[in-house]
Structure formats: C-alpha cells, structure tokens
Design a protein around this ligand. Structure first.
Ligand code: UD1
Ligand code: MG
Length: 442
C-alpha cells in the first residue's frame, strides 16, 4: 500500500544573484521554467497535494505557473496550493508555511526547490521508498566543492545525527565531505511537531529546516540517507551562468531521450529541442536546428540543417523542412517538402506538396494573422509570396516569383503567375500604430 504523497516546493527566495528583474524561478529552461520543471518532475509521482511556497513577485510567479501547468498532466489536474511565506525567514519557516494547507494531510511529504530543475522523479521516488517507518529520509552527496553547503553529521556508528550549515561549522566540521542536498521525504505526523520546535539559534538567525534532523534523533529516530546517484540532479540555479550549466544537462537529457526512440540527431551540440516535442523514429534532425515546445514530427522526416520549428508545427510522416526554413503553427502533410529559405506561418500544406525555395506565407497584415492552405501535390514556385488568407488547390501551381493577393483562391490544377504589386490605396494603419505617431494626449 503506497501512502498519500504531498510535495512542498520552496520558491520564496529573492534570487538577487541572477541580476535580472524576472523572478528567478521563472527563468526559461528548454521550453519550461525552472519552477515548472521541478514541479513536473515531482508530478510524475502523482502527489495528492502540492504546495508552492512563494513570496518574491508572488502574483507573477503564480500566474505563470497556473498558465504553464494547465493540461500538462494527461487529463489529471494537479491540485496546487500557492502560499505566501511573507518575509522569507529560512527553509524551516518556509516548510512551516507550506504545511499550513496540509493541516489534515497524513502521509509522505517531500520537499523540493523551485530553483533545482534537474531533480528527477526516480530519485524522489527512491527517497519515498527509503523512508519506510522512519521520520525522514535525506539525500546526501560528496561534491568536489562543499562551500556553502550543510555538512552531514554522523555518530561513531555512522548513523546520521544532524546537519550543520556551513556558516555554523567548526573548523573540524568543515572538513566533512558529505553534504546535505536539501531533498527529504518526511512522515507528516513527525514533521509537524518537529517544525513547531524549531528555533533560530544559528549564525543567520533563521529557522533552518535542517535542524529537524537532530530533533528527530533526540526522539530516538534512526534516519536513512541515500547518496545522490547523479550530482547534476541537485544543481541549483543562483546565477545566469548556473542556468547555462543546468540547461546543457537538461538539453542532453531531452536529446538522449529522442535518440533512444530512434531519432537520428547528427550533431547534438548544435541542436536545440525543447521539452514537450514528439518525434517519430527514423527521422533525421540535421545540425543547427531549433525545435520549440508543442511541435510534433512524424516518422521518417528530415529537419534541418538550419531549421526553426516553432510552437504548433506538425510534420506528418516523411515531410521535410530544410535549410533556413522557419515554420510556426504549420501543418505539413505526409511527404510535403520545403527545403530552402522559406517561412511557413499559420499554414496547412497537403501531402506531397512541394514548396519552392524562397516561398513566404505572409501571414500577418499588421493587425491579424491569417491562414494559408495549400493542397496535396501542389507545386509552389520559387520566390512565391502567398499573402494570406490564400487557398491553393490540389495539384495547383504558382510560377516562380508569383505574388498571390490576400483572399485569392487558386483552384485545383490551375497555374497562376505574375506580380500584382502596384499602387492600390493609402495604407490603413492599425489603431496602436496610428496612436503612437499622433500627438501626445493632454
Ligand atoms: C540549504 C540547506 C543546506 C543544503 C543546501 C543544498 C537549510 C538551512 N540548508 O541551504 O543544508 O546543503 O540547501 O542546496 O535548509 N527558500 C524559501 N524561503 C526561505 C528560505 C529559502 O523559499 O525563507 C527557498 C530558496 O528560494 C531556495 C531554497 O529554499 O530555493 C533553499 O534555500 P537556500 O537559501 O538556497 O538554502 P541554502 O543556504 O543553500
Ligand atoms: Mg541554496
């Protein structure tokens, strides 16, 4: 019988060291944010409850997470409580506040961090499995550099008896090479009274979550620890250079996952694929390609080199996008090809259509985006500009350099050519643009 699980995610810190105005936990990471990455990993354990502890720019962080996490759970809704810690007064204080919505919760409580996005569901599950009947299980590691980290205290029998924060360590304790990763699984019933007993008797005058360990031991508890199998998992982000390190690890994970599914990625170091991208087997991804969240690529496709696939782009089996092609919210049918210098935005392209070099779907009229529909086996001549909305029928053709006016319908098997550009009328500026050129309002 598995016990119910609650997750508390600490994310109230100020994140001053990033030197950017955006809250640290909203920094982007492969199509997600730091905080949503951490929460989505924990969500794989199917927690009954999740509490996110916030303070700095709380409304902005909460709104962003609510938007981002909607619909990411295979139809299940993740029940998240957002709580305001007030002035952050230590990790112990943060968990005290995080436990408030969990007053009646009985089960396992795991603590994660909004700025540690590489922690995996497997490691969190190991922590839960390790706890069994004890008050707490904790994750430890032996990093090369222990600066700033809490040290694991053990007695003569080697039992885990406490954690000493770096700033509170004696010279002898500073020599300890086993550190606290900051990830724990607690028994809710034992955590509550221990949190209530915390005191801010330390160098920073804060309520340390780590002090619950010595408290549990004084109650006669024997606490299991596990060594982190992969030290990357505990990497936190304090600065933008940390973000780049974390990003390279996350990117490698994403690419390796696609490779393990039979996707041929010729140069992983020059390929960027976000989370939440589907790619079928036997598809080749050639160098300098960027694929954003939400793209779906079928089997046996070819993408790149130098292609940019943005959100909502779908390639059916055998479709190909090549050199310097950008696609946004475009659906290419099976075997359709756009191999060179093309922009396909808000476009639906039929099976086996050929999109010639330099084709542009001019989807934006300055105010609204419009769709271009191209039929099966259509042939779009090089340098064609399709000013959307435009429809091109099955097996229709445009000659090289054609400029097709908005609202045009090219019927099946018709051939169109020519450039209609000539004076038509004065431009009607969009409201926002005309306002900005006008005089200042009094
Ligand atoms: C903590 C541990 C330390 C461990 C290290 C691992 C404590 C007292 N120390 O130290 O033993 O080695 O993590 O990285 O727990 N936060 C809040 N509210 C607060 C304070 C912190 O939400 O009042 C959040 C921060 O935003 C951050 C996380 O909790 O995401 C950890 O806090 P941080 O100040 O980084 O703790 P460390 O000093 O690194
Ligand atoms: Mg830290």
């Amino acid at each position: 019988m598995t016990r119910p699980l609650a997750v508390i995610c600490l994310a109230a810190g100020m994140g001053k060291r990033t030197k950017v105005s955006m809250p640290k936990v909203l920094l982007p990471l492969c199509g997600r944010t730091l905080a949503s990455s951490a929460l989505l990993a924990a969500a794989e354990l199917k927690p009954a409850r999740t509490v996110v502890v916030l303070h700095n720019q709380m409304e902005r962080v909460q709104a962003s997470l609510e938007k981002e996490l909607t619909g990411k759970f295979e139809g299940r809704s993740l029940s998240i409580d957002y709580v305001d810690q007030g002035a952050p007064n230590g990790t112990g204080h943060a968990v005290q506040v995080g436990m408030e919505p969990l007053k009646d919760f009985v089960g396992d409580v795991i603590v994660i961090y909004g700025d540690c996005p590489l922690m995996t569901a497997e490691t969190l599950q190991d922590m839960v499995d390790l706890r069994v009947d004890s008050a707490c299980s904790a994750l430890t590691a032996y990093p090369d550099d222990t600066t700033g980290l809490g040290r694991i205290l053990r007695n003569d029998e080697g039992n885990f008896v406490g954690i000493r924060e770096h700033k509170d360590c004696s010279d002898e304790e500073l020599m300890i090479d086993e550190i606290n990763c900051g990830f724990y699984c607690f028994d809710s019933e034992k955590l509550r009274p221990a949190l209530a007993r915390l005191q801010p008797n330390n160098a920073q005058g804060e309520y340390y979550l780590t002090d619950v360990i010595a408290d549990f031991v004084s109650q006669g508890e024997v606490l299991p620890t596990a060594e982190a199998a992969d030290i990357a998992e505990i990497m936190g982000v304090n600065s933008l250079s940390d973000l780049s390190l974390v990003q390279s690890v996350m990117q490698e994970r994403i690419l390796f996952e696609h490779m393990s599914n039979g996707v041929l990625i010729t140069d992983p170091a020059a390929t960027w694929i976000d989370h939440d991208v589907e790619i079928g087997s036997d598809t080749k991804i050639l160098p300098c390609t960027v694929i954003g969240s939400g793209c779906k690529i079928g089997n046996g496709c070819e993408v790149g080199p130098f292609s940019h696939l943005r959100g909502g782009t779908v390639l059916d089996d055998g479709a190909a996008l090549g050199n310097f092609v950008e696609a946004k919210n475009a659906h290419l049918g099976a075997g359709a090809k756009a191999k060179h210098l093309t922009y396909l935005g808000d476009a639906v392209v039929g099976a086996n259509a050929n999109i010639g070099c330099g084709t542009i779907t001019a989807n934006y009229d300055g105010v609204n985006k419009h769709q271009t529909k191209i039929g099966a086996r259509a042939f779009i001549g090089s340098g064609t500009v399709l000013c959307a909305p435009v429809e091109v029928g099955d097996e229709a053709m445009t000659a090289a350099g054609a400029v097709v006016k908005p609202g045009s319908t090219i019927k099946a098997q018709e051939l169109w050519l020519g450039v209609p550009a000539r004076y038509l009328r004065q431009r009607e500026l969009p409201a926002a643009a005309s306002a900005s050129t006008g005089e200042k309002k009094q």
